[in-house]
Design a binder for this molecule. Structure first.
Ligand code: PLP
Length: 406
């Protein structure tokens, strides 16, 4: 019934630690006092709540703050488009814009990608369960292997390069490539720096637009505001949503290089493009966390603890053949046994730790807790995870020996 920071409290007063963070929406935790104050003050003074896509003071403040605290210090020049407030709507806008600008229809997406549930975005999503919900043939996308998909020995960029640059390969020249630099839903797959840089270069050479979907791993998740910072790539289009709204309020943004703004008025329309309460919370979040480098340093420090402790779980349980992957404060442990992560979610829940699994067949346990989680809470949650792993390993071992003795 209540939620504060990294804690959820149920109707019996029981406290749960939240390592799921609203699936990436609560990077600043539940009901952060400063963000909550800003929202309450805005409501109290009867601020405009719904403004279609029109000018409001709240919108202007967000745009100015985003420019001053995020874009300018990073030397980025993007125009902002506010779409309908879900991530999938921002992805639709990005894909439509790329097709409109280039006059090409195909978009390259990647194995294990997740971009949303509306028809355009789900066509760029790998998971067959989600694709199956569409009810119509999904079209307009071609899937290519993500960084490391075939293991470290296979050069997937060389493979793509050949297919794209050979006019007889059967692969049409795409309008764009859309990717997550760390695949969130797809199992915490981390693209290598070299892979991203070579991909960006391949796009540039062939006039293919590069769309980075930072909906889950943007807003600080990987240790910097954008997940691609420090990689020497500059995407043509970036999508943001989830934690952008600061306190869990729906909001989505498409950033595009200025020359790409070729929309006609209202061409990607939507009633809820101006969620002013979300603008207020978002502005406060930018001012509270992104005015200096401290928050980024904190994320990296806590991320290092997370990585270290997950590595220990792996080392202490070699029979699980686990892999630890991640960056900043998104981490996954991939278990060879596809049912292990799912059972572990349950064991964690019994210890009042909320965490989810993701990836192919749900094999990967994923940390996505608020970035504001304290070191103490982080260690507390990880202690619970260690216990849950030990219990599950013991249970599995005794079930196995029982089966063998029969
Ligand atoms: N893109 C990415 C990378 C996501 O992780 C998600 C949601 O998990 C989406 C797009 C879709 O966002 P929404 O669920 O708000 O439509």
């Amino acid at each position: 019934t209540n939620a504060r920071g990294s804690e959820l409290i149920d109707s019996d007063g029981q406290h749960y630690l939240d390592f799921l963070g609203g699936a990436g929406t609560l990077n600043y935790g539940h009901n952060h006092p400063r963000l909550k104050r800003a929202v309450i003050d805005y409501l109290q003074k009867d601020g405009v709540l719904h403004g279609l896509d029109m000018h409001t003071e709240a919108k202007e403040r967000f745009m100015t703050t985003f420019r001053d605290l995020i874009l300018e210090p990073r030397g980025l020049d993007y125009k902002m488009q506010f779409t309908g407030p879900t991530g999938t709507n921002a992805v639709e806008a990005a894909m439509k814009l790329a097709r409109k600008i280039t006059g090409r229809h195909d978009i390259i997406s990647f194995t294990n990608a997740f971009h949303g549930m509306t028809l355009g975005a789900v066509a760029a999503t790998g998971n067959s369960h989600h694709r199956g919900g569409a009810g119509v043939p999904l079209s307009g996308t071609t899937f290519m292997p993500y960084s490391g998909y075939f293991g470290s020995e296979t050069d997937t960029i060389a493979y793509m390069e050949r297919l794209i640059e050979d006019p007889s390969s059967g692969v049409d020249l795409p309008a764009a490539m859309i990717l997550e630099t760390v695949q969130g839903e797809g199992g915490v797959n981390v693209a290598s720096r070299a892979w991203l840089q070579r991909l960006a270069e391949l796009c540039r050479r062939n006039k293919i637009l590069l769309i980075v979907d930072d909906i889950q791993v943007g807003c600080g998740r990987t240790g910097s505001f954008f997940s691609f910072e420090g990689y020497d790539i500059e995407p043509d289009i970036v999508t943001l949503s989830k934690s952008l709204g600061g306190i869990g309020l729906p909001m989505a943004l498409v950033l595009m290089k200025p020359e790409l703004d070729q929309w006609k008025p209202g061409e990607h329309n939507g009633t809820f493009r101006g969620n002013n309460l979300a603008f207020v919370a978002a502005t406060e979040a930018l001012e509270s966390f992104w005015g200096d480098k401290r928050f980024e340093e904190e994320i990296r420090e806590k991320g290092a603890i997370l990585r270290q402790r997950l590595q220990w779980i792996k080392a202490d349980n070699p029979e699980l053949k686990a892999q630890v992957r991640g960056r900043g404060m998104i981490y996954g442990i991939d278990f060879e046994d596809a049912t292990f992560a799912g059972d572990l979610v349950q064991k964690c829940y019994e210890r009042k730790l909320i965490i989810e699994n993701c990836g192919p067949k749900g094999r990967v346990l994923k940390f996505l807790g608020p970035l504001t989680t304290t070191v103490e809470q982080l260690n507390d949650g990880l202690d619970r995870l260690v216990e849950a792993v030990a219990e599950l390993v013991a249970e599995r071992a005794s079930a196995k020996s029982l089966a063998e003795s029969r």
